[in-house]
Design a protein around this ligand. Sequence first.
Ligand code: HEC
Length: 161
Amino acid sequence: MKKVLKWSAVAFALVFLGAQAVRPDRTNPPVDASKTLGANTRMTPEVAAILERSCNDCHSSETVWPWYSNVAPASWFLKWHVDEGRRELSFSEWATYTKRKRERKLHEICQQVESGAMPLKSYLPLHPEARLSDEDRRVICEWTRREEGRQPDEAGAEGGR
Ligand code: HEC
């Protein structure tokens, strides 16, 4: 029995070490400041602060990669979440979206936050600052409702006002 345990531990260690060789690319794409959500909506500093602490890591090109994103298999899991998150909604690519898409995404932001689906639950234990209060949710939804009604046909035309 002892032998089995010992060899299991050795096998586990080898697999763990081998896994470290598979390193996902964690380079953040470059950010064009004129294309961001912040530059193309009337965002109050309060809204900006909530989105930054709670959503930015997965929904922008400004991901702060934590130390454990160096360690497989956590690195694979994080990379997958960030890729998926950015694909669904990237604050850094906001101005590339059509008007219809922007309106839909604003609507979804409120919905996801109100239902508690976002930020992802798995994110919270290691990012307790991302947790939202009822007041945070109210502030977000008030802002998205206001913005939904005033999306320009061409994003980027407003230049940060
Ligand atoms: C740990 C990563 C992570 C964080 C943090 C996070 N998201 Fe997401 N988000 C995802 C992933 C992955 C998806 C796509 C898969 C899914 O819908 O579950 C997603 C999807 C979404 C969608 C699209 C949902 C749909 O069905 O179309 C919206 C909107 C969204 N997130 C908003 C937010 C907002 C707002 C915050 C901050 C309050 C946030 N997310 C925080 C990872 C994250």
